[in-house]
Design a protein around this ligand. Sequence first.
Ligand code: NAG
Ligand code: NAG
Ligand code: NAG
Ligand code: NAG
Length: 349
Amino acid sequence: MARFWVCVAGAGFFLAYLVLHSHICGSSLPLRLHFAFKFSWRAEEILYRLDVDWPTYSEYFTGATFCVAVDSLNELVYVAQRGDNIPKVLVFTEDGYFLRAWNYTVDTPHGIFAASTLHEQSVWITDVGSGSYGHTVKKYNSFGDLVQILGTPGKKGTGLNPLQFDNPAELFVEDTGDIYIVDGDGGLNNRLIKLSQDFMILWLRGENGTEPAKFNIPHSVTVDSVGRVWVADRGNRRIQVFDKDTGEWLGAWNDCFTEEGPSAVRFTPDGKRLIIAQLNLSRLLITAAPPVGNIGNCSVISTIQLADQVLPHLLDVSQKTGAIYVAEIGAKQVQKYVPVNSYFSSFSS
Ligand SMILES: *[C@@H]1O[C@H](CO)[C@@H](O)[C@H](O)[C@H]1NC(C)=O
Ligand SMILES: *[C@@H]1O[C@H](CO)[C@@H](O)[C@H](O)[C@H]1NC(C)=O
Ligand SMILES: *[C@@H]1O[C@H](CO)[C@@H](O)[C@H](O)[C@H]1NC(C)=O
Ligand SMILES: *[C@@H]1O[C@H](CO)[C@@H](O)[C@H](O)[C@H]1NC(C)=O
């Protein structure tokens, strides 16, 4: 007698895959047919799948995992978590092996960025703590030794000389060493600051408000390959874009955020997609990034719906493999999403 498994999966409105798998059991069992249907009525592509084997052991996550950064050059993943008597920073390989932890000079991490060149590996952390290390943006080497402190440790403020932060949310560091900081995650400041590699202020966009180039909780920042700075202006439910040399306002995306503002922004290695997190919706949006010039309107290509209450806070994308690492403060873990094969090939071509 035969046993059949028939699986029908609908991957889009116009697309259905039929996989018929059968084998002969050779016993007196009755003929059984198993049907499994999964229809998705959105005409969307499935671009990523969860890598359930990352990391190899999840017991290392012992706090609220607020942020994650990939050092694509050295294939390392840095996770910062909050909590008492726990290591604040965990270092993994991109393969998911735990390497080491740090537990000093980080008070309350919010955002993290790994900046690596052939000469230097560094990790930057924004610290929103109220203790003696708080209200700062700090640079570490890859072993957790503190190399540089920006801001006035332990003292929140709005000053520019000396520079002060309140709740610096995140930062992005270019290969040139130029630094973009969004400050912040609620509190005194709602601004975007560009610093040179020797920490001089190059330009600043910095007022509370809903008008163009003003912010309400600028939460995440990234820079594309054609000189535009993208800011997740979470409280205003939009992404705002600026010229990286002049700070000039270039436009905003509102359409995608009627339900909730964006909390994280990062580009895919080819620069064609912007990956966006929406915290309370527990959702990632994969949007089409315009190649040059006018940013146009927001256009969603695909979504990754995470489980309820996972709360993706910040994320990073490996510029080598295209994998997305998501720091989930609700689920208290970091998850890795890898491009599915057909999409992956576009990065290696
Ligand atoms: C943190 O570091 C201190 C000093 O090195 C050490 O005594 C302590 O055990 C560490 N705690 C954790 C949770 O790693
Ligand atoms: C911006 O808004 C926050 C929160 O409402 C407030 O505390 C702060 O003083 C404002 N900053 C400026 C520069 O108006
Ligand atoms: C998410 O929900 C919480 C609780 O309702 C709220 O305080 C917070 O502002 C929301 N965050 C965003 C980004 O909408
Ligand atoms: C964006 O959408 C609005 C209407 O939703 C439309 O008026 C406008 O022309 C669009 N802009 C671009 C650049 O496509």
